[in-house]
Design a protein around this ligand. Structure first.
Ligand code: HEM
Length: 367
């Protein structure tokens, strides 16, 4: 059965024929049931992304209401990903330069424990490995990588509007720890030359250390869910192809890149209109939300890296994410995970935009 709508497609077993038809037949339309405009063709997505009125957050809710007031809301509100305008541009350039420079230094992560190699352990590994790799890239001591992964997981759990009071409280506590940990690291003796340079460039640009530290925590945050999807979908592909446990680094990278092309981990993002926009002869009014179906654009242009976004807010971490996923996959296969068995039984987590497999679940609990 075809996906019912573009949000349903994220967790569909094979949404790609549907995406291809959507992009060619309905490149930009209003979905009344979802109360969203939907852009799915590379041209319409690019036009929305380029428009100055298309913002990453609704004007009336720069930070999700459920996180305010408190440290989780403060952290979220500081992320470059969640801001537009001059501050975004300045921070983005500095962070992108840091990621490029730091990426040239080998920073082997202390991968999360891959034992006892059951489905539950693999699920935990998928979520934790990208954060471990990113923490290593930031130069954080390996002793705190697992704490970073646990805090990012608690922070992510607090984000949905339906999160209960206990999750939100745990998210605030995690945000406070992340902010403190990154502030100390930035000012501390273990900061790498690239990180020190980032600190002084930020100071010169008038960016406060607290804001910069929040954005370093933001790199951990950005790496997690999509990174889990990339690694998980690669594991499934490895299982289907019967790849050997002793996969070469080049083989692991090629497999990851096939996933980026043909079964990407991030399927959509959104823009909130601060003013009316005209695209392809259609007018979209201020206050509307546009769903940008990146995975549909990827069917038309598989080599364009659509899963990493485009234009002003394009992901600066794509190369790091691909490298980290290849390393994490090779480690897991070497540890002896049975990829073929995992590929035979999984479902996708019920997330609105990331395609993240889950291997440990009971059938009666299937959404
Ligand atoms: C498979 C893994 C990843 C995927 C699929 C991914 C995808 C994306 C996408 C689609 C966006 C743009 C969102 C939008 O325009 O609405 C984005 C933004 C961003 N990503 Fe990634 N990302 C991944 C991993 C990472 C990693 C490892 C880092 C850190 C090194 C990172 C850092 C960022 C940052 C800082 C932004 C915000 C950029 C801005 O707002 O200008 N991402 N990512």
């Amino acid at each position: 059965m075809q996906p019912a709508h573009p949000l349903d497609a994220v967790t569909h077993p094979d949404p790609y024929p549907y995406y291809a038809a959507l992009a060619s037949a309905r490149p930009l339309y209003r979905d009344a049931a979802l109360d969203l405009w939907v852009a799915s063709h590379p041209d319409t997505i690019t036009a929305v992304l380029r428009h100055p009125a298309a913002r990453v957050r609704p004007a009336a809710e720069p930070v999700p209401r459920g996180l305010c007031p408190g440290p989780a809301g403060e952290l979220f509100g500081r992320f470059v990903r969640m801001n537009d305008g001059a501050l975004h541009a300045r921070l983005k350039d500095l962070l992108a330069a840091f990621i490029r420079e730091q990426g040239l230094q080998p920073s082997p992560p202390a991968w999360p424990r891959a034992a006892p190699l059951d489905a539950a352990c693999v699920d935990r590994y998928l979520a934790a490995a990208p954060v471990h790799a990113q923490a290593a890239l930031l130069g954080l001591p390996s002793a705190v990588h697992a704490d970073c992964a646990a805090d990012i997981s608690a922070f992510l759990s607090a984000l949905p509007a339906a999160a209960g009071a206990d999750r939100v409280a745990a998210g605030h506590a995690a945000a406070e720890r992340l902010q403190g940990r990154l502030e100390s690291h930035l000012a501390g003796p273990r900061a790498s030359p690239a990180l020190r340079r980032l600190g002084s460039d930020a100071e010169q640009a008038g960016i406060a250390p607290a804001l910069l530290a929040a954005n370093l925590a933001g790199l951990l945050f950005q790496s997690c869910e999509a990174g889990a999807g990339l690694l998980g979908n690669a594991l499934i592909l490895a299982g289907r192809r019967g790849v050997p446990a002793a996969l070469t680094p080049e083989g692991a990278q090629a497999l990851i890149d096939d996933v980026v092309r043909h079964d990407p981990p991030l399927h959509n993002t959104r823009r909130f209109l601060a003013g009316p926009i005209d695209i392809g002869g259609q007018r979209i009014e201020a206050g509307q939300t546009v769903l940008l179906v990146l995975a549909a654009a990827a069917v038309i242009q598989p080599d364009a890296g659509w899963t990493f976004g485009a234009q002003r807010h394009a992901c600066p971490g794509g190369d790091a994410a691909r490298r980290h996923a290849a390393g994490a996959l090779a480690h897991l296969l070497r540890a002896g995970v049975d990829a073929a068995a995992l590929a035979a039984r999984f479902r996708f987590r019920p997330l609105p935009n990331a395609r993240v497999p889950q291997f440990d679940f009971s059938e009666d609990n299937t959404p």
